[in-house]
Design a protein around this ligand. Structure first.
Ligand SMILES: [Zn+2]
Ligand SMILES: [Zn+2]
Length: 301
């Protein structure tokens, strides 16, 4: 079964959703430094540079495979489109498997990620947004994760914005131990290919994956096309979409948050949605939510 909503995009002016800066507003957002996060961010960036010095082709292959699993299967299919927006349904064993893949991106547990992202949608580009470029591009990209108050496993925030996940024992447990699958992956890579594979498959891969996801928070609220008039600054950005398997069609997504597809035209490649479609074809995804956008998109092509 699929859920389809028809929407009209005719005569929609392509102007910016908002102007102005919130820089200097809400100084409380600098709630303190998360030293644990800062330490691991520093460590992974050092490891990433080390990997580049120790180049091997097998390392590149390991990086591409682990990057794809973490970002396409994990962040895109699980944390974002399934757990945050419930854009489709899937059996629990698939949901848990995809969520384990997501933890290897080292973007925190599902409870934190989902709560933060739902808050982003509810308060996009306002003072309450955990990561808006209106507080500065660098803030939106990565400073918020180190200084912001939203990311320190705040129990009040997760129970407010992710009560559904807070009731699921597996998600609560995995959120607490979200670093375990990555550690096991790292040990497996070490056993199979030595330290070089750990550098490429863990340190460089995680660092690149983090920046790719962070670009959705920073770049796609700054640069790109606006198909839909939304209250926020979201944009469709093709190169962020390439790096994130479709997450860069962010203006489409803010306009239709529960749509399983973020790419809404044939030229907006959305690999994450293709995977959901594949699951649907083999009967492992149901209630896939879709929007049917009218001829305005063909005009834009
Ligand atoms: Zn956004
Ligand atoms: Zn979203």
């Amino acid at each position: 079964m699929s859920v389809t909503t028809t929407v009209s995009t005719k005569h929609v002016p392509r102007k910016s959703g908002g102007t102005g800066s919130l820089a200097g507003a809400n100084p409380d957002r600098f709630a303190g430094v998360s030293w644990t996060t800062a330490f691991f961010m520093g460590l992974f960036h050092i490891g990433a540079v080390w990997a580049l010095i120790d180049f091997t082709w097998s390392g590149v292959v390991v990086l591409l495979a682990t990057y794809y699993i973490a970002l396409a299967w994990g962040i895109g299919m699980s944390y974002h489109r399934l757990l945050t927006h419930r854009a489709y349904k899937t059996p629990k064993f698939v949901e848990y498997f995809l969520t384990i893949c997501a933890t290897t991106a080292l973007e925190g547990g599902a409870l934190f990620w989902v709560a933060t992202h739902r808050r982003h949608h509810q308060h996009s580009d306002s003072d309450m947004d955990p990561h808006t470029p209106r507080h500065g591009g660098f803030w939106a990209h990565m400073a918020w994760i180190i200084f912001g108050e939203a990311q320190h496993n705040n129990v009040t925030m997760t129970s407010k914005y992710a009560p559904d996940l807070s009731r699921d024992g597996f998600h609560v447990w995995l959120s607490k131990y979200h670093w375990v699958p990555l550690t096991i992956q790292g040990l497996a890579l070490w056993a199979l290919g030595g330290w070089n594979w750990v550098l490429w498959g863990v340190f460089l891969r995680v660092t690149l994956g983090l920046h790719a996801t962070w670009l959705v928070n920073s770049a796609t609220h700054l640069w790109g096309q606006r198909r839909f008039v939304t209250r926020d600054d979201s944009r469709n950005n093709w190169w962020v979409a390439l790096l994130t398997f479709g997450e860069g069609w962010h203006n489409n997504h803010h306009a239709h948050p529960t749509s399983a597809a973020h790419g809404l035209a044939w030229y907006e490649v959305d690999l994450t949605y293709m995977h959901i479609r594949a699951l649907e074809l083999v009967g492992l995804a149901t209630d896939v939510r879709r929007v049917k956008v009218d001829d305005a998109i063909e005009e834009a092509a």
